[in-house]
Design a binder for this molecule. Structure first.
Ligand SMILES: Cc1cc2nc3c(=O)[nH]c(=O)nc-3n(C[C@H](O)[C@H](O)[C@H](O)COP(=O)(O)O)c2cc1C
Length: 197
């Protein structure tokens, strides 16, 4: 059976006009062109408290964690576009991934492991020349630690202030080609690993 891979995309920033949001947007367009069924999320819609095991024990898993986990669970793959904060990933993204990595259960009490065996692609952006590449070096092991199969191709958008045109398209041909390769590989792997086959 041929599966149209379902990919969920989100950025690690909720800043208005965030470059990682634009990078996520460029990935969404590319994934759709390449035949994926894409859902774009904003973490703005899923505010979470800072991970704290006392809070988790006393109040349980926040409803927004479960909402996010259920959406991710029905997709075959995930693409994350991260900013770079001090050579690493921003607290918003780490906190979100940390919550999602916890012992979650669906309404029937069955374990809900939204990342288990799912394929992931990573993108970054920054106003600098390296495009947030150092954040990807930290995001990759975090993603592997929570059970994601992270593909090798990745896309860093450098000089982000001038990297997008008015339609949100990547203007630099090389960056666009890297985004295309990243998205193509993600879709191929998502098809292979889909739990719907
Ligand atoms: C706390 C903090 C640390 C930052 N550290 C870096 C950094 O290490 N490298 C870099 O290229 N940009 C760094 N920046 C600049 C961000 O890349 C820039 O603000 C970017 O626009 C944030 O991503 P966003 O546009 O997706 O919100 C930092 C910004 C903040 C707020």
């Amino acid at each position: 059976m041929s599966v149209i891979p379902r990919i969920v995309v989100f950025a690690g920033s909720t800043r208005s006009g965030a470059y990682s949001g634009k990078t996520a947007g460029a990935a969404v367009k590319m994934l759709a062109i390449l035949g994926g069924e894409v859902t774009q999320l904003s973490l703005l819609d899923y505010p979470l408290p800072l991970m704290n095991e006392d809070l988790e024990r006393d109040q349980g898993i926040p409803a927004n964690v479960m909402r996010l986990a259920k959406i991710i669970d029905i997709h075959d793959g995930i693409l994350i576009a991260t900013p770079e904060y001090n050579a690493s990933i921003p607290p918003l993204l780490k906190n979100t991934l940390d919550w999602l990595s916890r012992n979650l259960k669906d309404s029937s009490g069955r374990p809900l492991k939204p990342f288990d065996g799912k394929v992931a692609a990573l993108c970054s952006s920054s106003t600098g020349a390296f495009g947030g590449m150092r954040a990807l070096n930290h995001l990759r092991p975090v993603c592997m630690g929570i059970g994601l199969e992270v593909i090798t191709p990745q896309c860093s958008v450098s000089n982000a202030k001038t990297a997008f045109d008015d339609n949100g398209e990547l203007v630099n041909e090389r960056t666009r080609a890297t985004m295309e390769r990243t998205c193509k590989t993600l879709l191929e792997h998502a098809k292979l690993l889909s739990r719907r086959i």
